[in-house]
Design a protein around this ligand. Structure first.
Ligand code: FCB
Length: 461
């Protein structure tokens, strides 16, 4: 009798022919030359240059030197067979003072980048804000100033006009939750504030800025060709037990991280738990604001890395929850549990709760310790290969079960500047030797290339 074939071997993981396969980066994390060609400084420049904020006080001054090496990096994308690339624009390269006079040289850089991508058959996917606010705007209150919605919209329209003839996919914001939580509540990210009253205001102004930018997008030329959405990071929350306290704790954690942005964008209201979480720090928002935020969007970008198991804890404010580590599972170097099932779950949750929007997984990947040396010109990273394999399978499963998943972007193309972690955490599918800037495609990069080439079929192995 022949042995029964392994179930996984018989399962098909083929993705549609028009599936978008990309890699992702962000401006401050890879570009370097942050003040070149007339650019203004950003809050990340200031934050990283303030001693004590980042790992070994490392900054993005050089990063991957992508500002000067972008053609080589695009050649690598082409070698991988990727058909899309998600990157962000540094606002302060375009408006050195945040508003006012446009810096043409900044626009020229992104215009050259877009042209080079198109020459290689790679679709640009542009994020307007990936955390690097012009310092000059922070000096005027940054995300706490209501005027920022207009500042942001003017910047957005400038970019729609400059690139809208060639760029078809736009995201307003990357991970607004991180901007308000890391930047205004915990203070571990720029601008480094830690203030319960500020966090909801920053969050609300991020959402208003998104709304105004989408509204203006619809009334510019770009709208005829392009699509616009927002990118959020989602982290499904699981209760540590089914006690009423733990279930309530999970509801709060879920509202804060997963619904605080999506409910206003899709449903025009905040989750009711927000008041419970922030207490007297939670303001009342006007109906006009909520209407503005609820602009129809063309797609949702989802960044997924991990899930969290939570338990009630009275002292951990404001959420009154505590993360319960799951030592039985593999963790990445950023201490994130590897849990691909939650990716399937979150994609199906969006599909059900928000009426089946088109979804792109705009980031997914892992920091793992890589061997310090290349061996015969190779960097072997089997854990990262496995991370991509199981998450792409999980994404496929969500698609099979009804999620309208259109594309996937691996985070990240290159090892890069991981914010407060400096260069200590490597997420790249391409290794960067930061002393020489030499790039080497890792095993995970080769693996991703074979997934793309086989349209997913290889995931069955
Ligand atoms: C996401 C960010 C991205 C990178 C990855 C690891 O939260 O969008 O810039 O830091 O995490």
């Amino acid at each position: 009798m022949r042995p029964a074939p392994d179930a996984a071997m018989t399962e098909s993981f083929r993705f549609p022919d028009d599936f978008v396969w990309g890699t992702a980066t962000s401006a401050y994390q890879i570009e370097g030359s942050p003040t070149a060609d007339g650019a203004g400084r950003s809050i990340w420049h200031r934050f990283s240059h303030t001693p004590g904020n980042t790992w070994l006080n490392e900054t993005g001054d050089v990063a991957c030197d992508h500002y000067r090496r972008y053609k080589d990096d695009i050649a690598i994308m082409a070698e991988l067979g990727a058909n899309a690339y998600r990157f962000s624009i540094a606002w302060a390269r375009i408006f050195p003072q945040g508003t006012g006079a446009v810096n043409k040289k900044g626009i020229d850089f992104y215009s050259r980048l877009v042209d080079e991508l198109l020459k290689r058959g790679i679709k640009p996917n542009v994020t307007l804000y990936h955390w690097d606010l012009p310092e000059a705007l922070d000096d005027r209150g940054g995300w706490l100033n209501r005027d920022i919605a207009d500042w942001f919209a003017d910047y957005a329209v400038t970019m729609f006009d400059a690139l809208g003839d060639r760029v078809e996919i736009w995201s307003t914001l990357n991970e607004p939750w991180v901007v308000s939580d890391g930047g205004y509540l915990s203070g571990v990210l720029a601008p480094g504030h830690s203030n319960l009253f500020e966090a909801p205001i920053a969050a609300h102004n991020l959402l208003r800025s998104h709304g105004v930018a989408v509204e203006r997008f619809r009334s510019t030329k770009a709208a005829r060709k392009g699509k616009i959405g927002i990118t959020v990071n989602l982290e499904p929350k699981y209760p540590a037990s089914d006690s009423p306290e733990d279930l309530a704790a999970v509801r709060r954690a879920d509202a804060y991280m997963n619904r605080q942005y999506l409910d206003p964008v899709f449903l025009g209201r905040y989750p009711e738990e927000m008041q419970e979480i922030f207490g007297e720090a939670w303001p009342t928002w006007s109906d006009d604001d909520m209407r503005l935020i609820k602009q129809p969007i063309d797609f949702l970008g989802v960044n997924y890395y991990t899930r969290r198991v939570e338990r009630y804890h009275p002292d951990h404010l404001p959420l009154r929850t505590k993360h319960v580590p799951q030592p039985q599972h593999i963790h990445t170097e950023t201490n994130w549990e590897v849990y691909p099932e939650a990716l399937t779950r979150v994609l199906l949750w969006i599909t059900e709760r928000y009426g089946k929007p088109p979804i792109y997984i705009t980031e997914n990947g892992a920091a793992f310790y890589d061997p310090p040396h290349t061996i015969d010109g190779r960097v072997e990273d089997p854990l990262r290969v496995e991370y991509f394999r199981v998450h792409l399978r999980a994404a496929h499963e969500a698609m099979r079960k009804g999620a309208d998943l259109r594309g996937y972007y691996a985070w990240s193309l290159l090892d890069n500047y991981e914010w407060a972690h400096g260069y200590s955490k490597r997420f790249g599918i391409v290794h960067v030797d930061f002393s020489t800037q030499q790039r080497t495609i890792k095993s995970s990069g080769r693996y991703y290339a074979s997934v793309i080439a086989s349209k997913g079929a290889i995931l069955a192995k």
